[in-house]
Ligand binder design. Sequence first.
Ligand code: FAD
Length: 473
Amino acid sequence: MRALVWFRSDLRIQDNTALHHACRTAGRGVIAVFAICREQWIEHDWGNAKADFVLRSAVALSTALEGLNIPLRIIRAARFEQVPEKLLSLAKRHACDALFLNREYEVNELRRDRAVTNLFEQHGRTVHAFDDQTIADIGALRTGTGGWYTVFTPFKRRWCETLKAQGIPQMWPEPRRQDDTGIKPQAIPTRLEDFTGECFADSWPTGERAAHHRLTAFISNSIDEYHELRDYPAIDGTSTLSPYLAAGVLSPRQCLHAALEANRGRLDSGKTGATTWISELVWREFYRHVLLGYPRVCMGRPFKLATEGLTWRDDKERFAAWCAGQTGFPIVDAGMRQLAQTGWMHNRVRMIAAMFLTKDLFVDWRWGERYFMRHLVDADFASNNGGWQWSASTGTDAVPYFRVFNPHTQSRRFDPQGSFIRHYVPELVDVPAERIHTAHGRLAGLDYPPPIVDRRNTRARVIGAFRGVHGPQ
Ligand SMILES: Cc1cc2nc3c(=O)[nH]c(=O)nc-3n(C[C@H](O)[C@H](O)[C@H](O)COP(=O)(O)OP(=O)(O)OC[C@H]3O[C@@H](n4cnc5c(N)ncnc54)[C@H](O)[C@@H]3O)c2cc1C
């Protein structure tokens, strides 16, 4: 049997379920393929940072695969609809009898994979699909009544119980070198039409070695203090592994095993730093579970259906100020500028910026979701949608709709010295810590805008709007 392995959001050779099984069973060599779907990527709001990171990761993958004697071939299909035919013709050309892939859970991706499977089966080829994106089998985690979880804490409890009962999923061994097929790898373009090409490449080096280096450094230097430092954007207290997890350069199992090693094998006891970090990996799994159970979130719809009745403000001007980091709220502007300048934003600031857009400006969360997708190097549908809907109170947050962050209070609490603000908002570099959180041009004669919104009535306004659609809570 000759295997064709289709790489998508799993751009690595280590601990890759589909690749492992293909290498173990193929007798006449393995061929790899990656599909460039430019129009589909644009439609899915891929930005320059994400597209560049993925293409560079595919280059690194190709080199790693060469070491296993597996050539990486490229197909170009503008949209997913064209993928099945192109993939089949590649399989025919290179006499591949079976296709191996790791599942993706977004709606268009599921449809595409169904079409591929049907076509391959019609042409006498088998398709082997695996769950590899998560540590637990997220489709099998169900409530006592067989439903999908809608709240994180019980989901996490079940996640831990299941892993303890079934054992922690092991990592796959390094695949063995394959028989030579005589087929050559194909060059991967570094720049695509409508994308700018290299984007933040120095900050986000690709390849498995770079990812493992980051993981090891985080485990050695930061995981023990993670629970104390993770909320302070001026401190490098988090792993910055999200782009690697999103593109699958690193597997979540590899992350979990590294954390367990630092915590003497304990999943939810032992060192608080390690268990808090493991919880974040579970958040990632929770949002994939929500996507599987409630595919409507993948079609622009809110998780809480009643919130479809909200009339968001069509305020393009304030939205533009938010995008540009010119809201006059220093912590929000610092975060938005961090995103523009690095392709990444600290989690605490993502929440503050998202809550500001949806609660203070009352702008539709989908506008912010799209903007983040287009700019984040770690853009990941499930986590981004989950984070946005949580912030907008249209999602799975167990706290009812009155969770409204005050950006000034958040700023004083999580950037007390104003160091993060000063780094990204140089107009405020000389403002002392006690005034920086509320500083603006009118007050201090600075070249920095006054607040674009008077937030004195925010809370009452938001509660009024949500009460209108939900009724009193
Ligand atoms: C509005 C909003 C949008 C977001 N968009 C994305 C996105 O597009 N892609 C993305 O990967 N994350 C997203 N997140 C989640 C989170 O902000 C990032 O995963 C995190 O900041 C990445 O930094 P890190 O790798 O240093 O995380 P760490 O703190 O080191 O956490 C380890 C890993 O756990 C996962 N993780 C951590 N927090 C979360 C979370 N709240 N939800 C889901 N997974 C989490 C990530 O894979 C992360 O790399 C979003 C959060 C919000 C509030």
